[in-house]
Design a binder for this molecule. Sequence first.
Ligand code: KIV
Length: 297
Amino acid sequence: MSSTPKVQTDADAARLAMTLPRLAEMKRQGEAIVMVTAYDFPSGEIVDAAGADIVLVGDSAAEVVLGYPSTVAVSLEEMLMLTAATRRGVRGALLIADLPFGSYEASDEIAITAAQRFVKEAGADAVKLEGGGEAQLSRIRAIVGSGIPVMGHVGLTPQTAIALGGRRAQGRTAQRALAVAAQARAVEAAGAFAIVFEAIPAAVAAELTPLLEIPVIGIGAGAGTDGQVLVLHDMLGIYPGRAPRPAKQYIELRSPILAAVGQYADEVRARSFPTAEQAFSIDPAELAAFREGLEAG
Ligand code: KIV
């Protein structure tokens, strides 16, 4: 890593930190809310500098940075470490951490303890948890009651995708769309300050969004929600192949990164890197004395 110090610009100083009342106001004013994931110091710093309103340390980290086959595998300790690293890079945006699978389901007390660890140890501003069933509603009420803001998440909930029949769009019949609506309303009533709609029909999300007072952030839920969220690594084109359906790849970084590392490897093998430009010098007299010292044993 370069040792370039972080310089605060005038634009940084002028930018106010995001707050929950400000997010609520953005919904009322019809201002689109920008949320994006980040998982470490450099990605947190860069999405914050790019002007994201909310940075989510998503449990998508399991797949995109830790290489697990699904989000289920990531541990509480791993998520805490990633959140703490991201916190060091994020200054203006609201920082939300995903409660990983297995860290909140067992009881309200366990959920509060996990949420408190994200706030106290990792510096998160809020936590997110998936689902709108009775147990999850109780967890939301308990965590909010303990003073920690909670973002809800309904529709496709990857942590319980197996129970949903796989990673597929939800709410595609009237009855199922009504079930999503009931969950979203219940999550709001439980005290969540915002909610993610994942992979539900655009028309369903557009009907529901104005019926909720809290901001609705969509992924694969069309353009009618109050804001959008994307997984950073899907946007950046780091992996081979196409980004998953709801994502848009804004840049293809895999090729230039491969080319850069490949060029470095070629230069090392050809012994053309490093050059004098990357090396440190020593005063010739000191070098001569050093050589004498070596010879003297
Ligand atoms: O884990 C994650 O990145 C998420 C977003 C896709 C909302 O939950």
